[in-house]
Design a binder for this molecule. Structure first.
Ligand SMILES: NC(=O)c1ccc[n+]([C@@H]2O[C@H](COP(=O)([O-])OP(=O)(O)OC[C@H]3O[C@@H](n4cnc5c(N)ncnc54)[C@H](OP(=O)(O)O)[C@@H]3O)[C@@H](O)[C@H]2O)c1
Length: 253
């Protein structure tokens, strides 16, 4: 059985905790967080600690804190023997200033309070030591059937692609919601469309799946939409995306 310590109390730490706590081959020794209030939800199930000098020994330390804080948190573990990994798609493995280091990056969007099944979530691994790769692979395979070895350069590109696929679309949903609400229309009218958009690209190339006025070159409809937008930023986004779609589909606005 392997022991792990989770460092962080946010979205991903909470999901990793829920995924690992039910595994018989993994023992969560401790959850560390700088804010004792945020540790409360873990207290009934595992030992918690907000004093970095009291972090215990474990085979693996999983740092799931804000990207900018990874190096500082890793330094708290300089005397530890286990492998220290971060969970970020955007950060190089070498931001951990320790010899036995790695990355354990689950490619999914995690929010506290929205349960997820890890089984199909890709986990991207990288390690400085071969023996640590074996250990991380074993750990990852306890919670998912989708494990990949991906180096820092590739992972940064993958994360960039994920930002387009998830962060930007979420922002576009927000714009859709604002437009609906201003008109007194429920955002729920768009939910079937949002689901179908995501489901279609599971079986089709995104280029083939594209529809709409920009894809068809319906200039009148595009101009009507631009006329309806009251917000300058939304107008810029609308024009930029419409032009990009048109160029990809080789029709001029
Ligand atoms: N959420 C996702 O969808 C997702 C997906 C894949 C990978 N990741 C990676 O997972 C990591 C955590 O992301 P998250 O979304 O879980 O973030 P989050 O919910 O915002 O939680 C951030 C955590 O970092 C801690 N923290 C922030 N600054 C710190 C500091 N200076 N020292 C110590 N702890 C600090 C916070 O503690 P306080 O509560 O005390 O501020 C909190 O526990 C990031 O590296 C991210 O790239 C996230």
């Amino acid at each position: 059985m392997y022991s792990i310590i989770l460092l962080g109390t946010g979205n991903l730490a909470t999901h990793l905790f829920n995924a690992f706590i039910v595994q018989s081959q993994v023992r969560i020794v401790q959850v560390y967080g700088r804010n004792p209030e945020r540790l409360k939800k873990f207290e009934s199930r595992v030992e918690t600690c907000s004093d970095s000098t009291k972090i215990k020994d474990a085979d693996v330390y999983i740092i799931a804190v804000k990207d900018d804080a990874i190096s500082d948190v890793a330094q708290l573990l300089y005397s530890k023997k286990g492998v220290v990994v971060h969970t970020s798609g955007a950060m190089e493995m070498d931001c951990i200033p320790l010899t036995n280091r790695g990355v354990f990056y689950p490619l999914q969007t995690f929010t506290k309070g929205k349960p997820l099944n890890f089984k199909d979530i890709p986990i991207c691994l990288e390690t400085s030591e071969n023996s640590s790769m074996k250990l991380l692979r074993y750990l990852a395979e306890q919670i998912t059937n989708n494990v990949h070895e991906i180096d820092s350069e590739q992972r940064k590109k993958l994360h960039l692609a994920a930002v387009f696929a998830n962060n930007f679309t979420s922002y576009l949903y927000q714009i859709s919601k604002d437009i609906c609400e201003k008109e007194g229309l429920p955002f729920s009218l768009l939910r079937p469309l949002i689901l179908e958009t995501a489901e279609k690209v599971q079986i089709m190339h995104p280029h083939e799946a594209q529809t709409g006025p920009a894809r068809r070159g319906d200039l009148g409809s595009i101009q009507n939409h631009i006329g309806l937008l009251e917000n300058e930023q939304q107008t810029k986004i609308y024009k930029l995306l419409s032009e990009a779609i048109q160029e990809t589909h080789e029709k001029k606005l």
